[in-house]
Design a protein around this ligand. Structure first.
Ligand code: ATP
Ligand code: MG
Length: 664
């Protein structure tokens, strides 16, 4: 089984004498080491799959890994294997140990929008920038494991004191709602491990071997989780690449790579040098760009997959032109090379860049799937239904209560809701509980009270039914009872309403499937959805379509042909990072982008771009000047005098031939 690995990869797989770190550049087979090591642990080392946990960065990566491992060994031997993200592992821990932390296992998981709403209430402001800054400040504190009390003690200015108080109030609110945010999913289990030795021992016994992919992007809390879980034995393998650390803005801490060496003096470090993904020229470009960053660890990368074509760098007139050129080049290349649409990926720095490309792809009838953009579960219509599910799972979830009771409108007025809100906060009970309290009932007129009571009773009935009925059927019924379809059409134009209704039906189908195939109950399904975060959309089926994705979401993935678009100053590197002195992180992002490509890479940028309705001249990204001139083919300003044609004769011919073929 190890014959598909090179010597250092094999060494990493075989090494079981203590902690092991594989430190290597992109495409060198780090993820492959993890997959193979799981199988090795089970088949050769005789470990029970139940005692192994592999941690990846996204749900998608986790699914892929599960599949790959499944293909390598008898699936029966994999029963109980954990392959998940840090967040879903944390969720599992929390569900089992909730009571130690004052939570019920049915706790809700709040998304960024809910968290923002709570903060904006606490700050008594609608200033979005202020709210966002506060949310991310709190998030960074959490990821550095600073508790509210510590933040209060540390504060040495009025501003910090105020922030620390908001942080504490926010935490109190979450507990009252029986809700956690994303950061808590990791922070709370670590807190618990620290304070409760018995629980820690139990999990150390259960998860005896850890494997961690994309280690460079772990934050302090995640690192502590790893450390605590493996403290006794140091039985883990981490793989990572410091040059691909791109999540500093979410608290990822590259220092963790160095910390491993200090905390585990016996750490075995293995380096991989052969790249199995990209042709030499692509690799050379990637190496040349990243060479401009200070080096943390010495690494070399080579490949024997052939030299490959020069990297094409193209200046388009503007965004529309850029999108057109990409469609043209893609179709010409596809016709000539006989590839499928799925062999192409279009990568960009920021989500807004996808819109123009999408329009062009649709016009050209090129199938595409978009990932890493707005998640399916982030759509308003889905969040409406989720509010119901969350409330059924956890009646203390006030944000869900507010959304559900007002969608659709059921004659509950704002004044009544405000009164309910102040009553509930005086009495320290949830909105839901307040509905049934005598004290509140006396405060409102019977005709105001009636719809509230009907609503709460309805939720009660659903809770009762959820114990025995499958989630899909229950949701279907709920939709009929609240007549959500009519509400959608009443509140929107027919076309968007139709799309939304279709999304709703897709969602019902998905929930039903989760219930039937994976045996999940409503609470589990609701919590799982919360975890499918900004990082990715829904599971995309294997279809023959061009992939559109942000650079961040492309991490760990590979595509035969890559278009990297919008390589301009202020986009890549991003304007904020230029101001904030974060260009090195942007360069790593560029490195990640380049190293996704296996065979060809096309980089585009625009000569001008519309900003807030006005045309602005743009400048090619500084990273383009860092590419080795002998490996690129340039058209446009960057080329100086010797610009290549935008579309080569060969491409022109291929396009024409493709068109003829289509016409039959
Ligand atoms: P990244 O840093 O982008 O996450 P990685 O180091 O995890 O990359 P992998 O995704 O594991 O790299 O491997 C890159 C490609 O090389 C994959 O297609 C993988 O199947 C292939 N590969 C890895 N090792 C070998 C090997 N020894 N022989 C042949 N192919 C290999
Ligand atoms: Mg990888």
């Amino acid at each position: 089984m190890l014959h598909t690995l090179n010597a250092p990869q094999q060494a990493a797989v075989r090494y079981l004498d203590g902690p092991c770190l594989v430190l290597a550049g992109a495409g060198s087979g780090k993820t492959r080491v993890i997959t193979q090591k799981i199988v090795y642990l089970i088949e050769r080392a005789g470990m029970d799959a139940r005692n192994i946990a592999a941690i990846t960065f996204t749900n998608k990566a986790a699914r892929e890994m599960q599949e790959r491992v499944g293909a390598l060994t008898d699936p029966a031997r994999l029963r109980g294997l954990t392959v998940s993200t840090f967040h879903s592992l944390g969720m599992r821990l929390l569900r089992e140990e909730a009571r130690h932390l004052g939570y019920k296992p049915q706790f809700s998981i709040l998304d960024a929008a809910d968290a923002g709403k709570i903060i904006s209430d606490l700050l008594a402001t609608t200033d979005k920038a202020l709210v966002r800054a506060t949310v991310s400040h709190i998030s960074l504190l959490k990821n550095d494991r600073v508790a509210p009390e510590q933040a209060l003690l540390r504060a040495d200015s009025d501003g910090e004191l105020h922030l620390a108080r908001i942080y504490r109030a926010y935490q109190d609110t979450l507990l009252a709602y029986q809700a956690v945010d994303f950061d808590d999913l990791i922070r709370l289990p670590v807190d618990l491990f620290e304070s409760n030795e018995e629980v820690l021992k139990k999990w150390q016994q259960r998860l005896r071997y850890l494997l961690i992919d994309e280690y460079q992007d772990t934050n302090t809390t995640q690192y502590q989780m790893v450390k605590m879980l493996t403290d006794l034995s140091g039985q883990f393998t981490a793989v990572g690449d410091d040059d691909q650390s791109i999540y500093a803005w979410r608290g990822a801490n590259m220092e963790n790579l160095r910390l491993l060496q200090t905390d585990f003096p016996k750490l075995k470090v293995i380096k991989l040098e052969q790249n199995y993904r990209s042709v030499a020229r692509i690799l050379k470009c990637a190496n040349a760009v990243i060479a401009n960053n200070p080096k943390l660890f010495e690494k070399t990368l080579w490949s024997d997959l052939g030299v490959g074509d020069p990297i094409q760098i193209i200046e388009a007139k503007n965004e529309e032109h850029e999108a057109e050129l990409i469609c043209m080049k893609l179709q010409a290349h596809k016709f000539e090379a006989g590839t499928g649409f799925k062999d192409y990926a279009i990568l960009y720095r920021s989500n807004f860049q996808a819109r123009v490309i999408e329009t062009a792809l649709r016009t050209q009838r090129i199938p595409y799937v978009i990932s890493g953009g707005q998640s399916f579960f982030d759509r308003a219509e889905i969040k409406d239904l989720l509010a119901y599910l969350r409330l059924v799972a956890n009646e203390n979830d006030d944000p869900a209560f507010i959304r559900a009771v007002t969608t659709p409108k059921r004659g509950v007025g704002n004044v009544t809701l405000e009164r309910l809100g102040s009553y509930a906060s005086e009495r320290h009970v949830s909105l839901f509980a307040a509905v049934f309290e005598e004290g509140f009932i006396h405060q409102v007129q019977p005709q105001q009270y009636e719809p509230l009571k009907t609503f709460a009773t309805f939720i009660n009935q659903l809770q009762y039914r959820a114990r025995s009925e499958p989630a899909g059927a229950l949701l279907q019924d709920l939709l009929a009872i609240i007549d959500y379809e009519t509400w959608l059409y009443d509140n929107d134009e027919p076309r968007p309403a139709e799309t939304k209704w279709k999304n709703v039906q897709d969602f019902v189908g998905w929930v039903a499937k989760q219930g039937q195939e994976k045996g999940k109950d409503l609470i589990e399904i609701t919590q799982t959805i919360a975890l499918i975060t900004m990082l990715e959309g829904r599971e995309d089926e294997e279809v023959d379509a061009v992939k559109l994705t942000t650079l961040h979401a492309s991490k760990g993935l590979e595509y035969p042909h890559v278009f990297l678009i919008g390589c301009e100053e202020d986009i890549l590197p991003h304007a904020n990072s230029i101001e904030g002195n974060m260009v090195e992180e942007e360069r790593r992002l560029m490195y990640v982008g380049i190293t996704r490509a296996q065979r060809t890479l096309t980089i585009t940028y625009c000569g001008k771009r519309r900003r807030a309705g006005e045309w602005q001249i743009t400048h090619p990204s500084r990273f383009l000047h860092e590419l080795p001139p002998e490996d690129i083919r340039v058209s446009g300003r960057l080329a100086g005098g010797k610009s290549e044609p935008l579309v080569t004769k060969q491409e022109g011919r291929a396009m024409l031939a493709g068109l003829m073929a289509k016409l039959g």
